[in-house]
Design a protein around this ligand. Structure first.
Ligand code: SAH
Length: 353
């Protein structure tokens, strides 16, 4: 069978592998063995030493095992944060970032090649959306980062390139694969999914009742400000996305975390802080403030330390749970909103840097 006609076996669940094996007249227990091998990072069926050679050959006629190539790896001299640029089988590339904290290692993964959400402050959306990632391509970011870095990954955040809920089915499938006891076995409570606010998809996600943490990139408490920086707000205005968030909490019992990038003179005034407190009062939600990261092509600037402090104080006084996110990997452009496909051009231009 031609290589491009083969099925990506790593995007299949053990149950799906089992069904395919049964069609081939093979015993069901092989599915578990194969799934375990796939999640240990093997690159071919021949490496699966407890699988008969004839079956390995048969499998490689029908299926293929996607393996990403490391195009570039950068390690921060400041805090050890690692940024990977992966080349996918069709030549596209995406980035992941591994961060080390006292409680373990977290990987931030991409869910799409590019993004079509158009947020005014984010680099990932500059070239638009190229394509969605398949479940295996998300699993591989976690698996190969762990194998290459030697750092056991305990937490995953879906906050890299792309809008996870714009790739809904593949993301749900990825979550079930990465959470599987025979796979990487990462608990849902160790996973955060961040969305720019696709309200209908938040409603749909709530119906799955997963125990992951949902982060919503709010970035403004009112429609006139949010319209300026997030085109998604035209379709799902503040009151609509907040309603979905409140419903999500009712369905799952999981409190939402709101992300808020502090942008100088845009969303960082006392008025904004008070409006935000009005929106969230009594919900027990958590607000994560991030100082806007510089993106070359964007004219927006981070808030001043004074504005950040005053904004934080207002929220605290009003009883809102608030933290300010620490920046990691600042010397390797690994911070939120700085991940982008263009790195590949830079990389090709200066292979040594
Ligand atoms: N599409 C998803 C996840 C990817 S972005 C989402 O929008 O939530 C992860 C987070 O980084 C989001 O909160 C996003 O708004 C934020 N972000 C993007 N660009 C940024 C920048 N330049 N500075 C700070 N945060 C940024």
């Amino acid at each position: 069978m031609a290589e491009n006609m083969k099925t990506d076996i790593k995007s299949l669940s053990p149950e799906e592998i089992k069904a395919r094996l049964e069609e081939m007249g093979q015993p069901a227990f092989r599915a578990k063995q194969i799934f375990k091998w796939l999640n240990s990072g093997v690159q071919s069926f021949e490496e699966m030493t407890n699988i008969p050679k004839a079956l390995a050959r048969e499998l490689s006629d029908i299926f293929y095992i996607p393996v990403p190539k490391i195009l570039r790896k950068q390690v921060s001299k400041i805090d050890g944060t690692i940024k990977y640029l992966w080349q996918l089988e069709d030549g596209n590339s995406v980035e992941s970032v591994v961060m080390s904290y006292a409680h373990g290692n977290t990987i931030c993964i991409s869910t799409q090649v590019g993004c079509r959400m158009g947020c005014a402050f984010c680099a990932s959306t500059i070239g638009g959306l190229v394509r969605c990632l398949r479940p295996s391509e998300m699993v591989n970011q976690v698996l190969f980062a762990e194998l290459d870095s030697g750092k056991k990954i305990s937490n995953i955040v879906l906050m890299g390139i792309g809008e996870p809920l714009d790739n809904f089915d593949n993301v749900i499938k990825f979550l079930s694969l990465i959470n599987h006891p025979d796979g990487m076995n990462i608990g849902m409570r160790h996973i955060s999914l961040s969305t720019c606010g696709l309200a209908e998809k938040v409603d749909k996600l709530g119906d799955y009742n997963l125990q992951l943490t949902l982060s919503v990139s709010l970035h403004a408490p009112d429609n006139s400000t949010r319209d300026r920086i997030m085109p998604v707000n035209k379709k799902y205005p503040v009151e609509r996305i907040l309603q979905s968030c409140f419903d999500y909490f009712k369905k799952t019992g999981r409190r939402i975390s709101y992300e808020y990038a502090m942008i100088d003179g845009v969303n960082d005034t006392h008025r904004h802080a008070n409006m935000l407190a009005d929106c969230l009062a009594g919900t027990g939600s958590h607000v994560n403030l991030i100082l806007l990261n510089y993106v070359d092509e964007r004219s927006l600037k981070p808030s001043t330390p004074k504005a950040l402090k005053e904004f934080t104080d207002i929220l605290k006084t009003r009883g809102i749970n608030v933290t300010v996110r620490r920046r990691l990997g600042s010397d390797i452009d690994a911070s939120c909103g700085q991940l982008r496909r263009k790195t590949i051009d830079k990389c090709n231009a200066n292979p040594g840097d």
